[in-house]
Design a protein around this ligand. Structure first.
Ligand code: AMP
Length: 282
């Protein structure tokens, strides 16, 4: 695996590959890699001649500075894991390579997707995501890019950005990779205490029960049921549970024929914020 730390060296190398007409798949990450990240690399490998992964903890997408400072860094292990997946290229830039002296985000208009769910709770988060993902796309010029459904709102926002800016690539969503007990894999899981980690499987268990309940009950009743379940949980604090339209991401209050919904959760285990979501059929 080739490792590049500067844009210039990466661009020079990719230019040579493009001359040979090789297709490029791109997987952006913030490191502390797990099997969820590696599943994206695998999908990219299967569908492209060359796979580029990036590891960059993007400061402008953290509204919570403590979360940024405590974000896990496991670079040697990450390199080992990417090598074991035969990833072709790792882009590992320092902050100074991706931002000028002023580390700030551009403002984006994602047609309102940015104001729902995570957008309500993480100020400026999606401007930070848009800024860094657009920079990566401009540098790497991938044919395909892979994002996890774990961050479903982010996936829809990146698709919207590509559409609105007419960028010449396809964005692909990949299924959520889970631990054996159902907890969605996340770099932040490493920061959970043993007790919190054990209890965290409650999030997906509750989502699954909510999905089953929704088949025979109203959205309002299912939302109330989930909120009550969390109220009785001494370890996990619910930030939000929303049933939303998959296209607009707007909260749904009534089931409508022909629409597709997803259930979205954000919950805290102590200071650690966990998110998950599930496809719903009504
Ligand atoms: P992150 O390093 O958290 O920024 O994630 C990098 C990419 O991996 C994003 O597209 C995430 O949605 C995706 N990802 C993170 N966790 C998972 C998971 N458990 N399953 C599938 N994809 C994931």
């Amino acid at each position: 695996m080739l490792i590049f730390k500067t844009k210039e060296k990466l661009i020079n190398h990719l230019t040579l590959l493009k001359v040979e007409n090789l297709s490029v798949g791109f997987v952006p990450t913030m490191g502390a890699l797990h099997l969820g990240h590696l599943s994206l690399v695998k999908t990219s490998k299967e569908n492209n001649d060359v796979t580029v992964a990036s590891i960059f903890v993007n400061p402008t997408q953290f509204d919570n500075k403590k979360d940024l400072i405590n974000y896990p860094l496991t670079i040697d292990e990450d390199i080992r894991l990417l090598q074991s997946e035969h990833c072709d290229i790792l882009f590992l830039p320092p902050v100074s390579e991706m931002y000028d002296q002023k580390v700030s985000a551009q403002k984006f208009d994602f047609d309102g997707l940015e104001f729902e769910m995570e957008g309500k709770h993480r100020d400026g988060h999606f401007d930070g995501v848009g800024t860094i993902v657009k920079s990566f796309f401009d540098i790497i010029k991938p044919d395909n890019s892979y994002f996890g459904e774990k961050d479903f709102q982010q996936l829809q926002i990146v698709k919207k950005m590509v559409e609105k800016h007419d960028l010449p690539l396809e964005v692909h969503g990949c299924p959520i990779y889970r631990e054996q007990d159902g907890l969605a894999m996340s770099s932040r899981n490493a920061r959970l205490t043993a007790k919190q980690r054990k209890e965290a499987s409650f999030i997906y268990a509750t989502l699954k029960k909510a999905a089953a309940l929704l088949k025979k009950d109203t959205i309002e009743n299912v939302v109330t049921w989930v909120e009550n379940e969390f109220q009785e949980n001494p370890i996990l604090a619910l930030e939000y549970f929303t049933i939303a339209d998959v296209v607009t991401l707007q909260t749904a209050s009534k089931k409508e024929i022909g629409k597709t919904y997803r259930g979205f959760i954000a919950a805290f285990a102590g200071e650690i914020r966990l998110i998950d979501n599930i496809e719903l059929s009504v």
